[in-house]
Write a protein that binds this ligand. Structure first.
Ligand code: SF4
Length: 496
C-alpha cells in the first residue's frame, strides 16, 4: 500500500499540470478532488477512471478482481469503438463472494481466473484491476500477476487503482502509470520510422478518430499508438519508439505524456481535433514536431496544402447550413469537449452562442473564448440545474449542447438537446466531424417533434374540444364523460 501512496503523491505533484503551478506544497499534496456535495451524484471512483482509460485497448482481457458490482459499475460506459478485436467488451471478473474472502481464497481465485482466460481466449495480455474490496483485504495483485506472467508466458499487468484512493481523474492517471511501469517499452518494433507519432488521451468515441486518421495517412504520418482508442497491446508496448506525440485530453494522461518525453525523448503538445481551426493547428504542430525530430521539412508544405484543401471543403459544406441556422441561439454546457474550438466554428456560420461552460477549460481556452465571444458574461463555471431550467424554459436558447446528465433539464423545458460528451453517438472530430456536429444541430432544432411537444395538452384545451365534440353530433353525455376522464370540472377549463 505504501508504494500506491507514493505513486498517488507523485501523480498529484504533476509538474506539467498548469493548475499545480499555482498551488503550495500542502494544497498539491491534497490533489484536485473536491469534497463531494451531499445529495449530488459522486461521479466515478479511481478504479472506474483507470478502467475508462484502459478498456479501449481492444485485444486484451480486462479482469476485474472484485465482487461482481464493480465490473457492472464500470463496464463499457463510454462509446469507444474498435476496428477489429472484440475481447475488450467481454466482461471478466473474479466475482468474489464473502466466503472467498473469509476463507482466504481470493488470490487463488484470481490466479485461476487468469489461467482460464489464457486457455479460453489466448489474449496478448491480461490487465488485472484491483478494487476497494480486494485492496482492503490485502490481496497482493502485483505478486499474483508476476507469478501468473511467469507461469503462463504472457504479460499480466496489475492496475493498482482501488476505488477508495480517489476520484475518477486520479484513476485515469494511475492507469497511465501502470502503462509506464509495465507495458510501454517492453516490445521493440522492427519498423520504427521518422513519421511515427503517438496520440494520447484519444478515446475514439463513436469512432471519431477514424475521421482524423485518413488525414494523417495522406501526409504519410503513422500513428504508432493511439492510447487508448482502438489500440492494440503491441502498439502500446512499442509506443516508446514514436518521434512525437499529441495529447488530446490533458486531464486524463498528462503524466503519461510528460514521462514519455523524459524517458524516451518524445516531445508532445496539447491539441484538439474539435473544430476546423483546431484540427488544422493540430496537423501543423504534428508536422512541426516531426521535422524537429528529423523528418524531411517538405512535410510542412504538404501539411499546409492538405489543410487548405480540407478547410475549403469543410467551410463549403458548413455554408449550406447557414440559411437554416443563422441567428439560432446555442447554449454550450460541454464539460470536457474543448469549448472554444466548437464556439468558433458555430459562430462562423452565424449561430449565436448565448453561454458556454468553462469548467474544464484551461486558462488559455478561457482567454480565447473571451476574445471570440467578446463578452465575459457568456462564460460560466457551472450552472445550477434550476438556473439552467429557468434559462431554457424562457426560450433564451434554441438548443443546448451538453452531456447526458443535463439532458432532462432541456427536455423538460421542451428545448432540443444534443449530446456532445462521451456517450454521444456521432463522431465530431476533424473537419468532417465539425460538419457532422452542425448537421446534428440542424436536425435537432428542426425536428418536427418540437411543434407537437410544445402544443398544449388536450386537457388544457377542454373548451375547444367540447365545442368540437358537440359540433360532431356528440351528445352532452359524451362531453361530460370526457371531462370526467380528463379529471377536471367545468369551472377549471384552461384557455387555448
Ligand atoms: S472499486 Fe470501490 S468505489 Fe469503485 S465500484 Fe468497486 S466498490 Fe465501488
Amino acid at each position: 500500500m505504501f508504494s500506491l501512496s507514493a505513486k498517488i503523491q507523485d501523480v498529484f505533484n504533476e509538474p506539467a499540470c498548469e493548475k499545480n503551478h499555482g498551488k503550495d506544497a500542502k494544497a498539491r499534496k491534497k490533489g484536485c478532488s473536491k469534497p463531494l456535495t451531499p445529495g449530488a451524484a459522486a461521479g466515478g471512483c479511481a478504479f472506474d477512471g483507470a478502467k475508462i482509460v484502459l478498456q479501449p485497448i481492444t485485444d486484451i482481457a480486462h479482469l476485474i478482481h472484485a465482487p461482481l458490482a464493480c465490473e457492472g459499475n464500470s463496464w463499457d460506459n463510454r462509446g469507444a469503438a474498435s476496428s477489429g478485436p472484440t475481447l475488450w467488451r467481454t466482461s471478466f471478473t473474479t466475482d468474489l463472494s464473502e466466503l472467498d474472502m473469509v476463507m482466504g481464497q481470493s488470490e487463488r481465485k484470481l490466479f485461476k481466473a487468469i489461467r482460464e482466460i489464457k486457455e479460453a481466449y489466448a489474449p496478448p495480455a491480461i490487465f488485472v484491476y484491483s478494487t476497494c474490496v480486494t485492496a482492503l483485504i490485502g490481496d497482493d495483485i502485483e505478486a499474483v500477476c508476476k507469478r501468473a506472467a511467469e507461469k503462463f508466458g504472457l504479460p499480466v499487468v496489475p492496475i493498482n487503482a482501488p476505488g477508495f484512493v480517489g476520484s475518477k481523474n486520479l484513476g485515469n492517471k494511475l492507469a497511465g502509470e501502470a502503462l509506464l511501469d509495465h507495458v510501454i517499452g517492453t516490445v521493440e518494433p522492427d519498423d520504427a520510422g521518422p513519421y511515427d507519432i503517438n496520440i494520447l488521451g484519444e478515446f475514439n468515441l463513436s469512432g471519431e478518430f477514424w475521421l482524423v486518421k485518413p488525414l494523417l495517412d495522406r501526409l504519410g504520418i503513422r500513428v504508432r499508438a493511439c492510447i487508448p482508442g482502438d489500440a492494440r497491446y503491441l502498439d502500446v508496448a512499442s509506443a516508446h519508439r514514436a518521434r512525437a506525440a499529441m495529447m488530446v485530453c490533458s486531464t486524463a494522461l498528462i503524466n503519461l505524456a510528460r514521462k514519455m518525453e523524459e524517458r524516451w525523448d518524445i516531445p508532445f503538445f496539447e491539441g484538439s481535433f474539435y473544430g476546423i481551426t483546431d484540427t488544422s493547428e493540430a496537423l501543423r504542430q504534428i508536422a512541426d514536431l516531426l521535422v524537429r525530430k528529423g523528418a524531411d521539412p517538405e512535410i510542412l508544405d504538404r501539411t499546409e496544402a492538405l489543410i487548405a484543401e480540407e478547410e475549403a471543403i469543410a467551410w463549403k459544406k458548413l455554408e449550406a447550413y447557414r440559411p437554416r441556422l443563422e441567428g439560432k441561439r446555442v447554449l454550450l454546457n460541454t464539460g470536457g469537449v474543448k469549448s472554444w474550438s466548437v464556439v468558433h466554428a458555430l459562430m462562423e456560420i452565424g449561430i449565436e452562442i448565448i453561454g458556454t461552460s468553462v469548467k474544464k477549460s484551461t486558462v488559455e481556452d478561457k482567454e480565447r473564448i473571451k476574445q471570440i465571444l467578446k463578452d465575459e458574461n457568456h462564460m460560466f463555471e457551472s450552472m445550477a440545474p434550476r438556473e439552467l431550467y429557468a434559462m431554457l424554459s424562457q426560450h433564451k436558447a434554441d438548443i443546448m449542447l451538453s452531456g447526458g446528465r443535463t439532458q432532462f433539464i432541456a427536455l423538460k423545458a421542451k428545448i432540443p438537446w444534443l449530446d456532445i460528451n462521451q456517450e454521444r453517438h456521432h463522431p465530431y472530430a476533424g473537419y468532417d466531424g465539425m460538419v457532422e456536429l452542425v448537421r446534428q444541430i440542424d436536425l435537432a432544432i428542426h425536428n418536427p417533434i418540437w411543434c407537437q411537444v410544445r402544443e398544449p395538452a388536450p386537457w388544457d384545451c377542454l373548451p375547444a374540444v367540447e365545442e368540437e365534440m358537440l359540433g360532431e353530433e356528440g351528445t352532452r353525455a359524451t362531453v361530460d364523460a370526457f371531462k370526467e376522464f380528463a379529471g377536471t370540472t367545468a369551472g377549471d377549463f384552461g384557455e387555448c
